[in-house]
Design a protein around this ligand. Structure first.
Ligand code: PHE
Length: 446
């Protein structure tokens, strides 16, 4: 079997996997979904799901990827030859195809904002004017499709260059920069007059707002932010050398992810309440709130420009991992094929994403199952495909992989105690699948 390309260091891997995880999910999606679901209770549910489902599943995906050292589909074929379990990998490919189709729309929004910013079109406006400019910009099909295409082209080019040159290098600079900028932003946001209402909204759980859908949203959100159930982490860990500590990496990634979610919440909600805006404005929430916060800072527009660059990077690094999943399967380590497939699939994703982009303009009146195309695509991925993939992965790992071999794999590079391994195995075998099924059934019943 051909040896795959590998990450050059543990830090490189952690940052790349964290880069794949941290993106729009934590920064853009979390605040607006939490805003629609009453705030505190949603945050609490999200944290619970992240700890009891997300963390064990992340380690599960790492173990599969590093055991097999192959792409999302081959990994399952190697571990369970002659069975249909590789369909989990195919489901993952379909999921990220749909996912990237709307993810790239939001990526395009960031690019558009950056353009407006450096051409001086955002100077000195008020909050309603920012909202107005943003709405009219994303409603313009030429602009939003052009920006989405641009975003896809960057993604494609990085993926054609392969894992180490492209993904790892970029992440090493951008992830730390993201954290620093966020901390500066939090400081500004929480010191605004009237910010405290935002704290109560985010940290005081109001369970009267919790429905079966809220619970599913929170579960979907925890999978989304950790990139679970779609074999993303299987793909990345297939590039991970055997001497690297997987449990530690998993814990660091979860911790970083939670930190970014909290920081994003602490940036958005205090400002939303301080400026008298509505927390349930939907997908455009972040984009309306941010410029207003920056405009209240000294050298605000400069900070805003830097923030947008870093935000774009966080989004791109997640987008890379999505395209990588598909391209890794199709090109099977062949460099020339990698290039071809990256372009073909990347362009197909762009085409499939056109209706998502137009959901905020030309197609804003079209609804399918009561949702816009954009919202439907997101719902399918976060609340149907990801939980299903995660469920299947938890069943696969507990019934198709040898427990002793799993322990050996996880212990390689880590010294994990057997008792901790047992606890993890119990969670992944019993708690994870049962909980996912219960949450999904509850929604179907409702
Ligand atoms: N976790 C990424 C984010 O939060 C999204 C993602 C999901 C990336 C699945 C890859 C695979 O933005």
């Amino acid at each position: 079997m051909k040896q795959q390309e590998q990450f050059s260091s543990r830090l490189g891997f952690i940052l790349s996997a964290a880069g794949a995880a941290i993106g729009l999910g934590a920064i853009w999606k979390f605040p607006y979904i939490a805003g629609e679901n009453g705030g505190g209770a949603f945050l609490l549910l999200f944290l619970i799901f992240t700890m009891i489902l997300g963390l064990p599943l992340l380690l599960a995906e790492f173990s599969i990827g590093r055991t097999a050292q192959q792409n999302a589909v081959r990994s399952f074929q190697i571990i369970a030859p002659g069975t249909k379990w590789y369909l989990i990998g195919i489901l993952g490919m379909i999921s990220v195809f749909v996912l990237l189709s709307f993810y790239s729309v939001v990526g395009g929004w960031i690019i558009t904002y950056f353009w407006k910013m450096i051409t001086g079109q955002l100077n000195g406006l008020t909050e309603p004017e920012y909202a107005e400019i943003f709405a009219s910009t994303i409603a313009n099909p030429a602009i939003s499709l052009g920006a989405q295409l641009f975003f896809m082209i960057i993604t494609i080019i990085v993926i054609t260059r392969g894992v180490q040159n492209g993904i790892e290098q970029a992440n090493k600079i951008m992830m730390p920069a993201l954290a620093i900028l966020f901390i500066i932003l939090v400081i500004r946001s929480v010191t605004l007059d009237g910010a405290s209402a935002g704290f109560s909204f985010l940290f005081y759980p109001d369970f009267s707002k919790v429905t079966a859908h809220t619970v599913l949203d929170a579960m979907g959100q925890s999978f989304f932010t950790l990139s679970l159930g779609v074999s993303a982490m299987i793909t990345y860990s297939s590039y991970l050398p055997k001497d690297q500590n997987m449990p530690k990496s998993a814990v660091s990634i979860v911790a970083m992810n939670i930190m970014v979610v909290l920081l994003a919440g602490l940036v958005i909600f205090p400002a939303v309440f301080a400026f008298g805006m509505e927390p349930d404005a939907g997908p455009t929430l972040l984009f309306n709130v941010l410029p207003t916060i920056f405009s209240q800072m000294p050298a605000g527009m400069l900070f805003f420009a830097v923030f947008l660059i870093v935000f774009l990077f966080a989004t791109l690094t997640s987008a890379f991992s999505m395209l990588e999943i598909i391209v890794a399967v199709l090109s099977r380590g062949n460099k020339r094929k990698r290039k071809q497939w990256a372009w073909i699939i990347g362009f197909a994703i762009f085409l499939f994403g056109i209706p998502s982009s137009l959901s905020f303009g030309l197609l804003s009146d079209v609804s399918l199952f009561g949702k816009s195309w954009f919202d439907l695509a997101d719902y399918m991925v976060s609340n149907v495909f990801m939980p299903t993939g995660a469920l299947l992965i938890s069943i696969f790992i507990s019934f198709k992989m040898k427990k002793s071999a799993l322990y050996e794999e996880i212990k390689s590079g880590s010294n994990l105690r057997f008792s901790v391994f047992q606890a993890w195995f119990f969670l992944i075998r019993y708690i994870v699948p049962v909980l996912i099924i219960l949450v999904m059934l509850d929604v179907i019943k409702g």
